[in-house]
Design a binder for this molecule. Structure first.
Ligand code: ATP
Ligand code: MG
Length: 252
């Protein structure tokens, strides 16, 4: 008989999808990743934490929830202003894994307009995923967002951090060709962050999370994106092998 591993070997892995720009795919990628983690790690618990105080996405996602996958939108995670309640979010991260038998994955989805300066809990995530398309507006906002993340990290460095910085991974999304992907890599070449695999534009995403009979749409999407989901879920599993910072863009 297999003896259960002791609690200290159980791990919580934390990732956030973040960009101050709206419509870059944060919620889509967060859900795709959670469903991917839940289906690939049958003995783990997966939490999708919606940091939008208006809970725009979590309401429609509740139907995916089961005993291993929960969708959380908890008012204690926000301040009255709608900004994240950093203390409560860090307590929540520290309280995992709740079940000593299971690994746990905490995946945060964040709303447009979030500011790193008000989000010190970001420093406690293992991975910060920053989705962007190659459009001028998205690239401009993404560069600005990376600078504010860097400011947050720099301020933290003055205190001594024992956990190390989170790894920042750009997620090129809605790509329409390999050329476009290369173009985005060129544009961001001097940024000291990781550059992820491309997710191509697909009309399947448009109706991805609609409530269809038997979830045919979701199944089709998961099949269609299987290779991408394999990549992103194993990155989360092995996130501690990435260094906090590279000197310039590092393609994964
Ligand atoms: N790879 C893709 N191909 C085609 N459409 C996509 C892709 N990724 C996301 N979309 C679509 O783009 C729109 C915006 O995506 P999503 O809501 O995930 O962005 P977001 O960053 O969470 O936005 P917000 O900041 O408003 O919360 C959605 O209609 C989604 O279906
Ligand atoms: Mg969203």
């Amino acid at each position: 008989m297999k003896t259960p591993e002791p609690k200290k070997d159980r791990k919580t892995r934390t990732a956030i999808f973040a960009n101050s720009k709206g419509g870059v795919g944060k919620s889509t990628l967060a859900l795709l990743t959670c469903l991917g983690l839940a289906s690939r790690h049958q003995n783990a618990s997966v939490e999708l934490i919606d940091l939008d105080s208006q809970s725009t996405s979590s309401d429609s996602l509740q139907r995916f929830a089961n005993h291993r996958f929960s969708v959380i939108n908890d008012e204690h995670l926000f301040l009255a202003s709608g900004s994240p309640n950093n203390g409560n979010i860090v307590n929540h991260i520290d309280s995992e894994p709740r079940n000593s038998e299971k690994d746990s994955f905490l995946i945060f989805d964040s709303p447009a307009g979030s500011e790193p300066a008000r989000s010190s809990f970001l420093l406690r995530c293992n991975l910060i995923f920053v989705p962007t398309s190659v459009s001028d507006a998205d690239v401009h906002a993404t560069k600005k967002y990376l600078r504010s993340l860097q400011d947050l990290f720099d301020r933290q460095d003055q205190q001594v951090s024992e956990a190390g910085s989170p790894a920042i991974v750009i997620l090129p999304n809605m790509m329409d060709s390999r050329e476009e992907y290369n173009e985005l890599r060129q544009i961001l070449a001097d940024k000291p962050v990781y550059f992820g695999k491309p997710l191509y534009f697909s009309t399947l995403f448009r109706r991805a999370f609609r409530d269809e009979e038997n979830d045919t749409n979701v199944k089709r999407l998961m099949l269609d994106s299987a290779e991408y989901v394999d990549w992103i879920t194993s990155l989360i599993l092995n996130g501690d092998t990435l260094n906090g910072a590279e000197e310039k863009l590092y393609q994964l």
